[in-house]
Design a protein around this ligand. Structure first.
Ligand code: SAM
Length: 246
């Protein structure tokens, strides 16, 4: 009897420990403080660090011509990204940090009447560029949505896919934004990042504008997003898929 009581105690304690270890995200994993600043830092960065990574400066509307450059088609091969997204047509897709809407306008023709693109950005100039282009192209399935630095302004469980192309490294409050993006996903929803490969010193982009797969997976773990797959067929960038941890 005494032995079976100890065994029961051992089994229950083990189960409780396993439950504590696997519950995600555990508050212990969230860095405290979330952000630190350093006076000495990369000149293209903000001096604000998150989980050991320096956050880049936000690209202003002056960058629109670079975002729309014709060579982007061969340098970044956006068609490979589009194929990887495997859109069925009826999804609500968020182009988060949409800029001039480069990817919004590539995705919109892939969607049917049941689907739409929500182009989200922080800057009014970016949003008005997207509005003008949607009007000129007579596209009614591209809607714009203004976010704040900490809030993507998306209702809970409302979207199927969130795409962030060359954006994540410049979010000033990545923990807050990604926590809310996770909440905005419908069950089975996905977040897809396209980020320049920091692992490769030959990628001709400023260091603070690149991320490693390892770093991104570490940062997503604390907001309860788990890696689903990584595609490495782009010349310069990773395509990284994440889904909600249950
Ligand atoms: C380098 S541009 C990339 C634009 C677009 N994704 C593309 O690939 O053409 C980054 C964009 O992210 C936006 N951005 C930065 N921080 C943001 C935030 N917290 N919320 C929404 N947009 C943000 C910027 O305003 C800018 O338009």
């Amino acid at each position: 009897m005494q032995v079976s009581k100890s065994l029961r105690f051992f089994l229950i304690s083990s189960l409780v420990l396993i439950w504590i270890w696997t519950a995600a995200p555990s508050p212990a994993q969230v860095p405290q403080p979330l952000y630190v600043t350093h006076a000495i830092h990369d000149p293209n960065g903000t001096g604000k660090f998150y989980m050991g990574r320096e956050i880049a400066q936000v690209m202003g509307p002056g960058g629109i011509s670079w975002l729309d450059r014709p060579e982007r088609k061969t340098e970044e091969m956006p068609n490979i990204v589009l194929d990887a997204l495997n859109l069925k047509g009826n999804e609500v897709v968020v182009d988060f940090g949409a800029g001039s809407g480069y990817f919004s306008f590539l995705m919109a023709p892939k969607l049917n009447k049941g689907g739409k693109v929500l182009a989200v950005d922080l800057q009014d100039e970016m949003l008005s560029t997207i509005r003008q282009r949607a009007r000129a192209l007579k596209l009614s399935n591209v809607e714009v949505n203004k976010s704040s630095e900490t809030d993507p302004n998306l209702p809970p469980q409302s979207v199927d896919l969130v795409l962030l192309v060359d954006v994540y490294h410049e979010l000033s409050f990545p923990y807050e934004v990604m926590t809310k993006i996770r909440q905005a996903l419908k069950p089975g929803g996905q977040v897809v990042f396209v980020e320049y490969r920091k692992e490769d010193p030959n990628v001709p982009i400023k260091e603070v504008h690149k991320t490693t797969v390892k770093q991104l997976q570490k940062e997503m773990a604390v907001v309860g997003l788990v890696p689903a797959k990584v595609i490495e067929t782009l010349p310069l960038q990773h395509i990284e898929f994440f889904r909600k941890s249950e």
